[in-house]
Design a binder for this molecule. Structure first.
Ligand code: KIV
Length: 287
């Protein structure tokens, strides 16, 4: 598809708002969500027609090189969220509340979520947990802040869980996931991410809830899907789970491009006359 066609489609698209996700579930239209952490990535995803951009705290791992998400702070999230909001024109921007910014008290949760909305320019926040954070979700919604829930594998609890692994393998765990999802819906969440639960469990939760489910590693029955863009596009060079489909290998493309640049600088092939300023072109830097 040509650039002009893409620009035309972007112009025709209307801003995605929180209630649109419920309409999509009701009409059977799958919700698409990808992560972004800066304005350029957000602009590119937005241009492709993504419904929701998640400023995930996966930021800590794929951008900042940490082993887990627990070191991500509210300052980091606010900074990156503002950049994403600057790049996203039509997609709904949702930002993760990082570890320990909402578990300490509902007042902390409202204040910290408010920062992501006011300074980060997010339209909604995402929190990990179910029954245990239902009161917090209610307080946020009462304060006018839309909440996306997140159940199943909870990366912020990695130390308690002893690692990243699938959830709901036995009936007790599965029942907990169902209860958590219901608690979030009752507390006023507008959607729930289901991370690393079985296809059957995701199907059951999706059928039982009236709000949309957005799956990651949770099979095809969810109302939508989310992936970490750095995983899906081959940018992240660390461990990538089996459920991720690689849609591109941008990591290899960038390394190749960098090699070509290095070779050309060393050989003197770059910059050529085309990429140098002559007296007649010196006044302008545009192409
Ligand atoms: O932080 C993140 O990117 C997420 C997704 C994995 C859903 O929470």
């Amino acid at each position: 598809m040509g650039r002009a066609k893409i620009e035309e489609m972007t112009k025709q698209r209307v801003k995605v708002r929180v209630p649109d996700l419920l309409k999509m579930k009701r009409s059977g239209q799958k919700i698409t969500m990808l992560t972004a952490y800066d304005a350029t990535m957000a602009l590119l995803l937005d241009r492709a027609g993504i419904d929701v951009i998640l400023v995930g705290d996966s930021l800590g791992m794929v951008v900042l090189g940490e082993e887990t998400t627990v070191g991500v702070t509210l300052d980091m999230m606010t900074h990156h969220c503002r950049a994403v909001a600057n790049g996203a024109t039509t997609a709904l921007v949702v930002a993760d509340l990082p570890f320990l910014t909402y578990q300490t008290s509902t007042a902390d949760a409202v204040r910290n979520a408010g920062r992501l909305i006011q300074q980060g320019r997010a339209a909604a926040v995402k929190l990990e947990g179910g029954v245990s954070i239902a009161e917090t979700v209610r307080a946020l919604v009462n304060a006018g802040i839309p909440v996306m829930g997140h159940v199943g594998l909870l990366p912020q609890s990695v130390h308690l869980l002893g690692g990243f692994h699938a959830v709901g393998k036995n009936s007790r765990e599965a029942e907990q996931v169902v209860q958590d999802a219901h608690a979030l819906e009752e507390a006023g969440a507008f959607a729930v991410v289901l991370e690393c639960v079985s296809d059957e469990l995701a199907k059951r939760v999706t059928e039982e809830l009236s709000i949309p489910t957005i799956g990651i590693g949770s099979g095809p029955h969810c109302d939508g899907q989310v992936l970490v863009s750095y995983d899906a596009f081959g940018l992240y060079q660390g461990f990538v789970p089996r459920f991720v489909k690689r849609y591109a290998d941008l990591g290899a493309t960038m390394t190749e491009a960098a090699r070509a640049y290095i070779d050309e600088v060393r050989s003197g092939a770059f910059p050529s006359a085309d990429h140098s300023l002559s007296p007649s072109t010196a006044a302008t830097l545009s192409k």
